[in-house]
Structure formats: C-alpha cells, structure tokens
Design a protein around this ligand. Structure first.
Ligand code: FE2
Length: 300
C-alpha cells in the first residue's frame, strides 16, 4: 500500500473550491510519481486506475477524474470510478479485519451511519444539514481557533462543565445547525472550555445513539468509526462504552486510513474490478452528490 497524499489547507477561512482544485492540479503529478516510487513500481506496471467519482467538491473531483482518465487512456488500462464513502468503509473493514460492521463515518462534509443490507450499503442515519467536521471547524473559526479546529476543541473540552444544548436527533437523522446557532449566541457570555465540552458531549451522544439503534435494528455486533473526526478521543471513548454495554466490539482504523486517502480508493477499485465490475470512459463522469446507497455492492 503506497498511500501518498497532499492536503489543501486554506490560509484563512474555509475551503474555496477553485483554490482547492488549483492545488490538486498542481500536486497531482508529483503525488502519482511519489506513490509509484514508494511502491517501487513504474507507470507501466499499473494494471488498474481507480479514482473517486464522488461525493465531493465538483472542481476537485474533476481534477482527479481527468487525471485518472488520462492515465487509463494513455496506459490503455481499465478504469473504475469509486464512491468515496464506500471507500472509507472498505478500507476500514480491510484494516480492522471486520466483516459486517455498522460504520459511523464522520468527516468535514459527511456524517452518516451506514450498514450493509440486501446488496447495498444503506444509510441508516445521517446529518440533515452540515457534516460534524465542518460544524466543529466553523465553530472553531468563530472562537478564533485556526484550522483544523478539532484537536484544539478536544483539548479545550477537558475539564469543562455541561451547558444544556439542543439535542437534535430526528428519528435516525441528526441536525447540527440549531446547536451551532445556540453555541454562537453563547460565545461572548460562556466559558470556551464549557462550550467545547458541551458541543462534544451533545453532538457525540446524538451520533452514538443513532449508531446504537442501527446496530440493534440490523443485529450487528461491530461498530467502525472512521472519517477525520474519528481522531477525537472522546468520540472513540463514547463509541467504545456503547459497544461494550451491548456486548459488541468497537474498531477505529489507523489515522491515515480514517482521513481521506488514496489507498481507500485503490483498495475499493480492486474489490470492484475483481468482482467483475467494468466502467467505460463514458461512465466516469463525476457525481458531486453520489449517494452511498446508489452502488450495487456485488463484491462481498
Ligand atoms: Fe471522506
């Protein structure tokens, strides 16, 4: 596994799509070269090109898909478009040696509780507005904490006291916007450490509740936590307690396979290709809103 990467980090504010895409276009060539040299391979040794087809920021996905098509056509090799969310699940299953988990996938843009049922990865619950990572980063920005805000919020939360916040679980889904507005209105009057603590306790409890209900409903005993927010130790602890209380098991992949990574796209591309899936160049258009449950999962 040669899992090379370059990450776009904005100097100020959030990610602007055009700047992120320019960064990707500039770094693409050197990342491919580095991945090959780490693996000790030449371009001609490659026998399958996989790329992320979505979901994601359109301008960025387009850079990746264009590079993938160029390589596939030039090398005359097959190409596979991979669903980004499914790739998170597949690399986590592979790294944690878990066959049939419920997956809690929490990143900047995505917050989903996913499990395999009847031939597809079904989304059992998700955020109805913002992803948890973006929510945390946006709150951090308001509080004057630079990007990425997650680790600082986690640190500041230690020793905080609980301030009641809205607890927004709607059936199996969650909303974070109301909590954000509430936190914003308290920024000037309450202690940051209490706000960070309350943010974590409330939002994490909501997601652990939905994950537990998915495990009970699907009769699954294992939970995988993945995505960038999986780095948070308090979220891990809460997931672990929930799993232990119901006689289940909890897993988190190594950090480099929790955050967005090329390895997860490659590994999923191989699974798909080996199960007989073939994509033509015409099938490789990006899909910014590519749903986890849009893909027939015939490889397991
Ligand atoms: Fe991701």
């Amino acid at each position: 596994m040669s899992n090379e990467k370059e990450v776009f980090t904005p100097l100020v504010g959030g990610i602007r799509p055009r700047e992120a895409a320019e960064h990707h276009a500039q770094k693409c060539d050197s990342v491919v070269k580095r991945a090959l040299s780490t693996a000790g391979l030449k371009l001609g040794d490659i026998d399958l090109i996989a790329f992320s087809q979505g979901p994601g920021i359109g301008t960025c996905l387009r850079v990746g898909s264009t590079a993938a098509r160029t390589l596939a056509l030039r090398l005359n090799k097959p190409i596979i478009g991979v669903n980004h969310c499914i790739a998170h699940i597949e690399i986590a299953r592979r790294e944690c040696h878990v066959y049939d988990p419920v997956t809690l996938y929490v990143s900047g843009a995505n917050t989903q509780v996913i499990a395999y049922e009847e031939g597809r990865y079904r989304v059992f619950g998700e955020t109805l507005d913002m992803g948890l990572g973006n929510f945390i980063d946006a709150f951090a920005r308001l509080a004057g904490i630079p990007f990425p805000g997650g680790p600082v919020i986690e640190e500041r939360a230690k020793g905080g006291s609980y301030l009641p916040l809205p607890y927004n679980v709607k059936g199996m889904d969650v909303t974070l916007g109301g909590i954000f507005t509430n936190l914003k209105s308290r920024l000037k009057k309450d202690k940051l450490t209490d706000l960070c603590y309350s943010l974590q306790e409330t939002c994490f409890a909501m997601l652990v509740e939905v994950s537990e209900r998915a495990m009970a409903h699907c009769s699954k005993q294992e939970l995988i936590l993945t995505g960038g927010v999986a780095a948070n130790n308090r979220l891990r602890e809460m997931c672990d307690i929930m799993c232990k209380e119901r006689g289940g098991k909890f897993f988190v992949p190594e950090k480099k396979y929790c955050v967005d990574n090329g390895g997860m796209i490659a590994a999923t591309g191989i699974l798909m290709f080996n199960s007989g899936i073939r994509h033509k160049i015409e099938d490789t258009k990006i899909n910014q809103k590519f749903r986890t449950d849009d893909v027939d999962v015939i490889w397991r």
